[in-house]
Design a protein around this ligand. Structure first.
Ligand code: MG
Length: 472
């Protein structure tokens, strides 16, 4: 009985109960008026929860990322807003659930929509203080000119407009896509570029950008195309890992992080630069030996099980973020924009956003808690799960699964099956793998979370906005 009461209280945690976490740590007050922090945001593609040394990676090593994590904070319960590339990026850059802004799924070459001019990206927000802003890597918020990064706050763009498998050599849809464009600014400079060079090219551009902008605040967004399939790695990392191609690719990304951190240091900007590393969603498990790993989490990309949405996340800012810290509070990519607004003293958008500052968590403030009363797990427009405190409630929904079968080999995927869950409640503190359904045991918690989800979903649907549209 005591446990149930205690658990119920945990479920019912409210903004009021979390108010102590709203006190701004003194470190930021001291920073007010001084140089605005540089922001480096490194976002990988389909890298699983276990695909980083500090999170238990096997068969390959990530020494630079591990060191970055040891010098900063490691989040153990950090989520993306939807478990698919485009929607996840929309949430990261706007602080909104992607279904609030009409950015769902993974836009491709024949999509006629993209991010609306009415949204405010992190880059546009930081422009209030004249930040230099660049993205090197995958955009995925629309490939038509009005939707490109250069129209949404970025001074520089070099990279792919969408996923690297949306090209003529797709294993399940050969010839189904036009040549893959590599874009500089707003110009296609190559078609079907040598993907083995992408990680190197993004890294060289990132280092050059840091060196060119060392005298003013900057926002550097490195959105790696890897380790999304098809996997490619440069010669210098081919065969480096015991695990094979996927491990080689992660080791090259780790090298890239090392190059970026070294550039920050060499420019004397260590204490002025917040570096965030995370992934856009969990592993694409049907690709088997070309996919990552989210264990001990359940399932992977494309599902609202934690294997799809919980990702590795480390942050480093010497002197501001305590070294060696670990944060077990739930947080989400939607929280990055409001956190940066606080750190850089920016005005938030006038419209509704969903994220909340997690600076108290990052700064290691004593007893800091999330300011969310719940996090919402959507697939497209459908609310599939709600997380509050230790509890995660799944509403009945279908999901894709390999159902214990092995994944594909050599870049050719296995076929998913469709499965279905009924209403299901999991205790994420004791059952991180979402294995034991406690819905019958704790009906009051089920009701509480179901009601909370229903209320939020109704509000979101009433206040949601449209994506931008091109009408051919
Ligand atoms: Mg992805």
């Amino acid at each position: 009985m005591f446990q149930q009461k205690c658990n119920r209280r945990d479920c019912l945690k409210t903004l009021t109960l979390s108010a102590s976490a709203m006190a701004i740590p003194p470190i930021i007050q001291a920073a007010a008026g001084s140089r605005k922090p540089n922001i480096v945001l490194i976002f990988t593609d389909d890298q699983g929860y276990a695909d980083l040394g500090l999170y238990g990676a096997r068969g390959f090593t990530t020494p630079h990322l591990d060191q970055m994590g040891r010098e900063g904070i490691r989040f153990t319960d950090f989520h993306v807003a939807q478990p698919v590339c485009g929607a996840s990026r929309a949430a990261l850059l706007t602080g909104c659930y992607p279904n609030r802004i009409g950015m769902l799924g993974a836009p491709s070459h024949n999509s006629n929509h993209g991010i609306s001019d009415g949204e405010m990206t992190i880059a546009e927000m930081l422009k209030q203080h004249d930040y230099a802003a660049a993205i090197f890597g995958k955009w995925h918020l629309g490939h038509h000119p009005p939707f490109l990064p250069t129209r949404h706050g970025f001074d520089e763009y070099f990279g792919l407009p969408y996923s690297n498998d949306m090209w003529p050599f797709h294993p399940e849809n050969p010839g189904g896509y036009p040549p893959l464009p590599l874009i500089e600014g707003e110009t296609v400079i190559q078609e079907n570029p040598d993907q083995a060079k992408l990680t190197t090219w993004y890294t060289e551009r990132a280092v050059d950008f840091i060196e060119r902008n060392q005298d003013k605040p900057f926002f550097l967004y490195v959105a790696h195309s890897m380790p999304h399939v098809p996997l490619f790695v440069s010669r210098k990392f081919k065969g480096k890992s015991e695990q094979g191609m996927y491990g080689d690719v992660i080791m090259e990304i780790d090298w890239s992080v090392g190059q970026i951190l070294a550039a920050v240091k060499q420019c004397g900007l260590d204490n002025d630069t917040l570096v965030i590393f995370t992934s856009d969603n969990g592993p694409w498990l049907s690709y088997g030996d070309h996919a990552g790993c989210a264990l001990p989490l359940r399932e992977g990309k494309g599902t609202t099980w934690d294997g799809g949405q919980r990702v590795p996340c480390i942050m480093r800012w010497p002197g501001k973020i305590p070294a060696g810290a670990v944060c077990d509070e739930p947080a989400m990519t939607i929280d990055i924009l409001p956190t940066l607004a606080e750190l850089a003293d920016c005005r938030l958008p006038d419209h509704v956003i969903d994220g909340k500052s997690i600076w108290p968590l990052m700064a290691g403030a004593p007893n800091a808690e999330t300011l969310h009363d719940a996090l919402y797990f959507y697939w497209n427009d459908n609310l599939e799960a709600v997380r509050s405190g230790r509890w995660k409630l799944h509403f009945p929904h279908k999901y894709r699964t390999l159902a214990g079968k092995p994944g594909g080999v050599g870049g050719v995927p296995a076929k998913y099956e469709q499965a279905e869950t009924g209403i299901a409640l999991y205790d994420m503190k004791t059952d991180i793998g979402e294995q034991t359904n406690l819905a019958e045991r704790y009906p009051d918690i089920v009701n509480c979370l179901a009601e909370r989800g229903k209320r939020f979903d109704e509000q979101l649907k009433q206040t949601k906005r449209q994506a931008g549209k091109i009408h051919p």
